[in-house]
Structures are given as structure tokens and as C-alpha cells.
Design a protein around this ligand. Structure first.
Ligand SMILES: [Zn+2]
Length: 236
């Protein structure tokens, strides 16, 4: 049991944790900075999203407000685009809305990583809920000398691999949505060239948080493997 708190198994989490803190700080600071600056054309976030959807020939997507800063997302199940500040014409909000419109366009065009991610969601959420309890129970039994404890440990790890996979599939999807957003904003002239630089800053910072989440999941997997090998090694 002590392995869980052993410094050698905790230390593998530190670089990923620092990276995650850095990414959170970057996205918050970039967003706060550009949420105060209005675009020259004063097109609101919701209007920008509508324009980009229309331009891509995507219809039937609802746009709704969501009362959570940076809670913006596209829900493929209900074809709903939820924006934290739909009426804001700020560079940050227009950029985020364009990114979310990018997800709606991916969905409409049957973009493979998004379809794959939607399919993996139930498996990953099941895996994330069960992986740690299974691992803990396995650890307890292994310490009591029960052989199947080791099996449970590795079953927990296998489930956690689903979580890692999920964070990895998310990456191409997020990068692609931002790429679409930047391209479309530039081509439509919704933002100026200078403003586009700021949009990129916000979207890159946001993408960094997804990279950090993947790094964190991989570090966690590594830690579980270290603990499992230490426990099974001790028993030999
Ligand atoms: Zn996204």
C-alpha cells in the first residue's frame, strides 16, 4: 500500500503536473487579455459561429449560452453549440466560438477523429470510474498475499489505458478545429490580420491544455505500472 505514496512513484507525475499548471495559466491569461479587446468589425461570438457554419453549408446547429467561463463546447448528440459569452464581440470569444463551430463542421462532415471520440466516450468514462477502485482493491489483495490481487491491479491498468487513448484521440480533433477556425476567420475577414494573431494565441493556449491532459494521463499510467511491477516484484 505504501507504494502509492512512495516518492519514486509520485515523482513521475511532477513534470506533467507542472505542464498542466502552465497550460491552465496560459489559457486563462490569454483569454482574459483578449476578452477585453473588441474586434474591429464588432461581430459577436454567436454571429461569427453562425457565419462560419453557414459558409461551410452546415445547418440545424443550435447555439445556446452556457454560464461558465471557458465552458464553451459543441455537443454532437444534440447538435448544440454552447458559448459562454455569445453576445461578446471580443477577440477571445470570437476565436473560441469559431473553434467550436469547427467542431460542428467536423461533425457534419463526418470527420473521423470526432466520430471515434464519440464512440470511445462511454468506454472511457466507464474505464475512468472503475480503473482506480479496481487498482486499489487489487493492491489490497496483493498485500494480503492473494494472487488474484495482481490480476486486478493489471485489470485496473488496462481500463486506465482506455482513458489514455481517449485523451490522445482528442488531440487531432482539437488541433483540426483550431486550424479550421483560424483559416475561416482569415478568409471571411471576421477578424483583421493583427486580431488573427491574438486568436491564434488563445487557441494555441487552449490546445496546450489538451496536450497537458494527455501528458497527465500518460504519467498516471506510468505510475500505476511502476506500482504494479513493484508489488509483483516484491512477491517473487
Ligand atoms: Zn475543442
Amino acid at each position: 500500500m505504501l507504494w502509492l505514496f512512495d516518492i519514486r512513484t509520485l515523482i513521475v507525475l511532477i513534470p506533467a503536473m507542472l505542464f498542466a499548471f502552465y497550460a491552465q495559466y496560459k489559457v486563462k491569461s490569454a483569454y482574459t487579455k483578449y476578452a477585453r479587446l473588441t474586434t474591429r468589425r464588432r461581430i459577436t461570438a454567436a454571429e461569427a459561429a453562425e457565419l462560419l457554419l453557414e459558409r461551410a453549408g452546415v445547418s440545424g446547429v443550435r447555439i445556446e449560452p452556457i454560464g461558465r467561463t471557458l465552458g464553451d463546447h459543441y455537443d454532437p448528440r444534440t447538435k448544440t453549440l454552447r458559448l459562454s459569452r455569445p453576445t461578446s464581440p471580443s477577440i477571445a470569444d470570437v476565436g473560441v466560438a469559431a473553434h467550436e463551430a469547427g467542431h460542428a463542421i467536423q461533425h457534419a462532415q463526418g470527420y473521423a477523429p470526432l466520430a471515434l471520440r464519440s464512440a470511445v466516450v462511454p468506454v472511457a468514462s466507464f474505464g475512468s470510474q472503475l480503473a482506480f477502485p479496481l487498482f486499489f482493491i487489487g493492491l489490497l489483495f496483493a498485500y494480503m498475499g492473494a494472487e488474484f490481487g495482481i490480476t486486478l491491479l493489471y485489470a485496473g491498468i488496462a481500463l486506465f489505458c482506455g482513458v489514455v487513448l481517449f485523451t490522445l484521440i482528442t488531440l487531432p480533433m482539437e488541433f483540426d478545429a483550431s486550424r479550421r477556425a483560424i483559416q475561416a476567420l482569415a478568409q471571411t475577414g471576421i477578424v483583421t490580420r493583427e486580431e488573427l494573431g491574438a486568436v491564434k494565441e488563445v487557441l494555441y493556449a487552449a490546445a496546450l491544455t489538451y496536450v497537458a491532459a494527455a501528458a497527465m494521463a500518460i504519467a498516471q499510467l506510468l505510475r500505476l505500472l511502476l506500482i504494479a511491477s513493484a508489488v509483483s516484484g516484491r512477491r517473487r
